[in-house]
Design a protein around this ligand. Sequence first.
Ligand code: UTP
Length: 289
Amino acid sequence: MPSAVKTAVFPVAGFGTRVLPATKSIPKEMLPVVDKPLIHYAVEQAVEAGVERIVLVTGRNKQAMEDYFDIAYELDRSLAERGKDEIRKSVRDFLLEPGRVSYVRQMEPLGLGHAVWCARNLVDDGPFLVMSPDDLILSDTPSAKQLIDAHGETGGNVVAVMDVPREHTNRYGVLDTDNAEDRLPVVNGLVEKPDPADAPSTLSIIAHYLLMPEVFDELARHERGAGNEIQLTDAMARLIGRQPFHGLRFEGTRFDCGTKEGWLEANIAFALQRPDLSDKVAAVVRKYS
Ligand code: UTP
């Protein structure tokens, strides 16, 4: 069934300094988890959730992603000639119809909020998704679908949240809420990267959001926040009280693939889910434990 949420925006313009040198000449979003790059999982999940339009906010040195979502003619012909039909199908099957994937350049990495603002002319007047491929979630239901369903219940903005250790609140946008234990906590306030002592809760936002289009008006102010970056959290915070705003304690396990240890853990967890690999990978894990 087509979704009321038509567009998903993927901010992929960051430098990925925490996973250097791997990201010196390939985009962070092209790092593979088992045998698919991070951007593949992210787009696949949005498509599974019924999203029509895919917008990638890219930057310099990110062309590999445009090639990934295009036909590779020489490879295709070579696989066909050698009768490698199954592999050929696997590299063609996820391609979307021409026109469904758009690209816009951020030009300068001024922050996540600025990256999202760059997509404003490619998003319609309705609610839309923002998903960073770094935040990979292993779940029965794609997080995009979980956000869309939650929006169906509450209306307005919905952000994916999880509890983090208090000493880590300075890495996240954190919720101020009176019902932190609920599945859909009501957001009273948002603070970007608070010191643990000042954090209003430990309920932290991961970079999967369903936002109302009014956030673009707030982003257009181009105000700098934490780290002197144009923060999405600050723009979202200005919508509180004007529109419904909820957190969603999503179902699933999240891996921060923007860090080396998170990316390695995701590879193990996803490989253990694969019927063709799980026994072999479990044996390897035991061997090195
Ligand atoms: P990160 O905070 O992980 O930044 O961005 P980064 O540059 O990618 O990585 P580090 O911190 O240097 O290791 C979170 C998401 O926002 C995007 C990133 O591509 C990532 O998906 N982003 C961030 C942009 O698109 N533009 C920006 O200016 C900043």
